[in-house]
Design a protein around this ligand. Sequence first.
Ligand code: SF4
Length: 327
Amino acid sequence: MTKTIRALGLFSGGLDSMLAAATLRAQGIDVSLVTFVTPFFGAARARESAAHLGLPLMEVDLTDKYLPLIYDPPHGFGRGHNPCIDCHTLMLREAGALMAAAGFDFLFTGEVLGQRPMSQNRGSLNLIARESGFADLLLRPLSAKSLKTTQPEVRGWVDRERLLNLSGRGRKPQLALAQEFGITRFPAPAGGCLLTDPRYATRLKELLRHVQEATRCDLELLKYGRHFRLPGGAKAVVGRIQRENEAIETLIASGDFLLKVEQYPGPLVLGRGVASEEDLAAAAGLAAAYSDAPEGAPVTVTAEPGGSDRVFHLTTPAKDRFIPWLV
Ligand code: SF4
């Protein structure tokens, strides 16, 4: 009886990774998928696409191992704060460990030669494969015919002739293949990684200049509200809508302050890293300015955890005053 060959695919849920999986499945390979999760990208797309393909998907949280890469990735950042080369290398290293532990025969990805200038040129693909430690067992089915032959092909597990030689940024061949494989639902290209989002990347860079060891909670908080860096170095976050207020509330950590205007409705204002009375008073000013209190109205702002020195009686300032602190 011939042994069933089992492949584990690094799966973002994008069309390319779906096609790579479908290409191998069409050759009779037993295909499983793995997707990695951090505060910057989740598993929702992968989950949906794996379900559409009817393939099993593992979800692995990579946050702790990922954090050093947002400070100092050996191969640098892309246009945002995306360390794509090191990100791919880390994911492949982790997928390789899973492959070995769970008895898969080889790894595959949906990478396409020349599709992304930084991480998918020939040099980067080779570098990523080499640094992952699994170069020989890593197959890129969509561009395999333009790349060095790998062990799965040499050993006859996979028929190289039935793999592809896609390259470049065009999407036409992928769309034709999707039709061939009956793939009718797939996400739009790009998107899905906050590290490439200019607004998030700006906030993240600013955070990393102030915090030596950002926590998962800090990184989640960057997704919500208006962020202000106060003169003493603390951060104040002001919710913009109810949904943000609720999200911010779930991210309150020990040492944080919550500021609230007594006489008027207002947003949730969270102070993090507050080490001076000056910053706490500044956060109270923000809470008043962004509340429904008219400019110039006298208000009382309380800060929790409380105490008599945490009650501020002030005149509601103009919002403009805080613009220089906006991140
Ligand atoms: S876009 Fe984001 S998830 Fe994709 S390789 Fe780059 S850093 Fe990693």
